[in-house]
Design a protein around this ligand. Sequence first.
Ligand code: FAD
Ligand code: DLZ
Length: 508
Amino acid sequence: MVSRLILVLGDQLSPDMAALRRHEPGDLVVMAEVGDEAGYVPHHPKKIAFLFAAMRKFADSLRRDGIDVAYTRLDDPDNAGSIPGELLRRAEQHGTDEVIATEPGEWRLIQALDDCPLRITQLQDDRFLASHATFQDWAEGRKELRMEWFYRDMRRKTGLLMDGDEPAGGQWNYDHDNRKPAPDAVAFSGPMSFTPDAEVEEVLDLVARRFDNNFGQLRPFAFATDRGQARRALTHFITHALPRFGDYQDAMLAENGFLYHAVVSMYLNAGLLTWQEICTAAEEAWRDGHAPINAVEGFIRQIIGWREYMRGIYFREGPDYTRRNELGHSRSLPWFYWGGETRMRCVSLTVAQTRDEAYAHHIQRLMVTGNFALLAGIDPYQVHEWYLSVYADAYEWVEAPNVIGMSQFADGGIVGSKPYVSSANYIDRMSNYCGDCHYSAKTKTGEGACPFNLLYWHFLNRHRDRFAQNPRMSRIYANWDRMDEDRRRTILSEAETFLNRMAQGAVV
Ligand code: FAD
Ligand code: DLZ
């Protein structure tokens, strides 16, 4: 006789999940690979394979610990197709209607559990440093929310990189040291890769059969799929890449999409790693003299700062957040985001890397694909769906504030005080993408002019009313106003021509 069902979702693979901590003898853990979760966006095949393989291994580890698990595979004939459906099926099978869950990371699924006719308790997901209440308290009464102030509170709260009440090294933030352009060569072999075992191969065959139309290369597949492997991937990063993480954090290289990045977000977000062990390992590397302060501070800030802040914003802003469109952008996402041809080498390389790895680092996401979508006025919801689909680390709680907020300014400035837009100049400075491009980063109009140069002014011009008064942007508008009127007219008309050709499906 089963007393209660304990729900564990695909991104809740930590032994000390809130729901699992409530486990008592007689309870049954429910895990399920379901069509609804695998299909609410066309996830990258590597993301689906990673989660299914990690879920299966996690279920095995619970069983080894003596916990009863009812695990439904995607191709089980009785599969109900959704998480609520599976809970209802298991509830009927085992004669119970009580379910303990940990709150999912997307409003969509929270609401589906609320609507499910069972007695479901959704416990707070306490794998995060800031609970909903903590973030709410911090945000309450502030005229403007800024990550930097939140981050400093999180440093104080955790004691990470603190010497008493003071920041270690004397500064809270070493970002000014972290903007080196692309190096000629990278002295890091990239993230640790893992040869699929028989269990992973079985999942790869399933995903190849069922999701072969989804955008993305399934094989070769080299992700970690259990906690032990994810720990090794983390140690590999701390040992070999962290010391240079800061210097080249914003750089981009055609030959190397990983540079000195950790490539652990998919493990952290799925529960195979914790923020505590990642940050403690990074801090130790600094205290041991293995990695410099600019690298370690920059890295820890991403995790206890940006990651926690983004989650806070997502839950504070509510279920309609992904539908925000403050700039009224409505163009369709161009086909080249799904692998179609484009002559813009930076976009083409970033999309190709995304297709092959289900990974791109922050600046590729922000300043290449994100920047282009914003400049071109693409409907932010379509941009959001793309990002949610194509990256192995994407769940709405973290993806949406990064896309709708930081990248597309569709929330009107909740996440960022100004839009992240740039002309070709930034990409040319920070990468080696532009050298072999069809377009010329240095050419502003006419034959071969880089579309980022044209669209940059087009964006600023069409949103003048909103941004001209922004103190951080007034100089840019002054530059625009100083330009000869004919030149301004040429830029705007060439930008229009470009956008029209793109909308008609021309190779641009
Ligand atoms: P590193 O560069 O090595 O950084 C270390 C860790 O810091 C990451 O693993 C991640 O956990 C955390 N981190 C860094 N930046 C952010 C951030 N802005 N928000 C939250 N966490 C951060 N991150 C996701 O985890 N899922 C997403 O779906 C996602 N979508 C994004 C979409 C856009 C448009 C942008 C601009 C950023 C997005 N990010 C997302 C943030 C960031 O790009 C990724 O976390 C990072 O690239 C993951 O690679 P890494 O592990 O090598 O990170
Ligand atoms: C992303 C994902 C996928 C592809 N498949 C499953 C699944 O079959 N079963 C499951 O429990 N979870 C899956 N997930 C993760 C969920 O979509 C995730 O828990 C929610 O989006 C909330 O973050």
